[in-house]
Design a binder for this molecule. Structure first.
Ligand SMILES: NC(=O)c1ccc[n+]([C@@H]2O[C@H](COP(=O)([O-])OP(=O)(O)OC[C@H]3O[C@@H](n4cnc5c(N)ncnc54)[C@H](OP(=O)(O)O)[C@@H]3O)[C@@H](O)[C@H]2O)c1
Length: 320
């Protein structure tokens, strides 16, 4: 039995992963949250797991919590963690407590060009690399699944915990916004369910974790996604093409904007972030940020991922 600590445990992705870990029945799991645990609804498989409240500020308390812990998985939302204070405290306490393995709050892209909201992830990559310079003190992997396939099913929920939000590839309204000339840009799409199972398997993997931990559910070009959407939704998509030079100048002249209502964003901020988020995603995709490598596919060759077509065909069946 391994002791695993999950930081940011009330979050969407954390809960998907935690349930996959709980389902193995093999581990002792500690769920770390800043919230008052008496107010957490205990109506899920997670009610049987140990919850601990921490503000992550008291590093002695964190050190105590992490005693005997083998692996720490962090899901802390980096844009809500000024100067990465929380994640850095967590890493420092993990090293002090002799934790073997750590996964920082990545869970997305291979790189961060044009994605300023991921600056915190980039800093944590540097922090971990610096920590291990010369001599490895903490084994870690950057789990990177690309974009969750689930988002292509907005507004329908296809996982238990991932909150669906609208993207520029809007299957529901049969429309898409793409960057001019980006039809051949490739993106990795991984079902949230597959990510969770792969992480549960990675925790049990006995070899050394690779630093870059790409998880490639499937990989398609933007053009292929639009074509697939037209096939699955039974009709043509209205595709708007934005110019890179306009986006770089802060001009977004599409007739509609995808609403990024992620639970970590205050509703008052969503409106103002929408254009920047769309620009960043379109420009980022064109330089490959959403295309990840396949380290975990190669380390876990028996695991069969759900293909995008299979996933979306099932999800959109009988939808208006
Ligand atoms: N690949 C994809 O398509 C995709 C999609 C969504 C998310 N992600 C990634 O997955 C990770 C988790 O995202 P999520 O959607 O699950 O986010 P979320 O639902 O907002 O959960 C993040 C959790 O982080 C904790 N947190 C936030 N600010 C904190 C702070 N300053 N100090 C300590 N804890 C803090 C909160 O937990 P407590 O309140 O319990 O402390 C919160 O529940 C992120 O790295 C995100 O980028 C990837």
């Amino acid at each position: 039995m391994m002791k695993i600590a999950i930081a940011g445990a009330t979050g969407n992705v954390a809960q998907e992963v935690t349930e996959a870990l709980v389902a193995t029945g093999k581990h002792q799991i500690l769920l770390l949250t800043r919230k008052d645990i008496t107010k957490i609804p205990f109506n899920s498989p997670l009610s049987s797991v140990t919850w601990i409240t921490t503000d992550y500020d008291d590093t002695d308390q964190l050190y105590e919590i992490l005693q005997g812990v083998d692996t720490v998985l962090s899901f802390i939302m980096t844009h809500s963690d000024p100067e990465n204070k929380t994640q850095k405290n967590l890493i420092d306490a993990a090293v002090r407590a002799g934790v073997r393995r750590f996964a920082p709050s990545e869970w997305a892209t291979s790189s961060f060009e044009h994605l300023p909201w991921y600056t915190g992830k980039a800093e944590i990559r540097e922090y971990l690399a610096e920590l291990n310079k010369g001599k490895k003190v903490l084994e870690y992997t950057l789990f990177q699944p690309g974009q969750f396939t689930d988002y292509l099913c907005y507004p329908y929920k296809t996982s238990k915990h991932i909150h669906p939000f609208q993207t520029q590839l809007d299957f529901n309204a049969r429309r898409a916004i793409i960057l001019e000339g980006s039809e051949d840009a490739r993106i990795t799409l991984t079902a949230a369910k597959d990510l969770a199972i792969v992480v549960a398997k990675a925790v049990e993997y006995e070899g050394e974790w690779p630093v870059v931990g790409g998880i490639r559910g499937d990989e398609l070009t933007i053009g292929e996604i639009v074509e697939l959407g037209e096939k699955i939704r039974g009709g043509p998509f209205t595709v708007e093409r934005l110019k890179p030079e306009d986006l770089k100048a802060g001009i977004v002249n599409s007739t509609w904007l995808p609403k990024v209502d992620h639970p970590s964003l205050p509703p008052s901020e969503i409106e103002s972030m929408t254009k920047g988020f769309l620009s960043g995603m379109l420009l980022g995709i064109s330089v490959g940020v959403m295309r990840v490598s396949d380290e975990w596919n190669r380390l876990l060759p028996a695991y069969k991922f759900t293909g995008v077509e299979e996933f979306l065909t099932e999800a959109w069946e009988n939808k208006p």
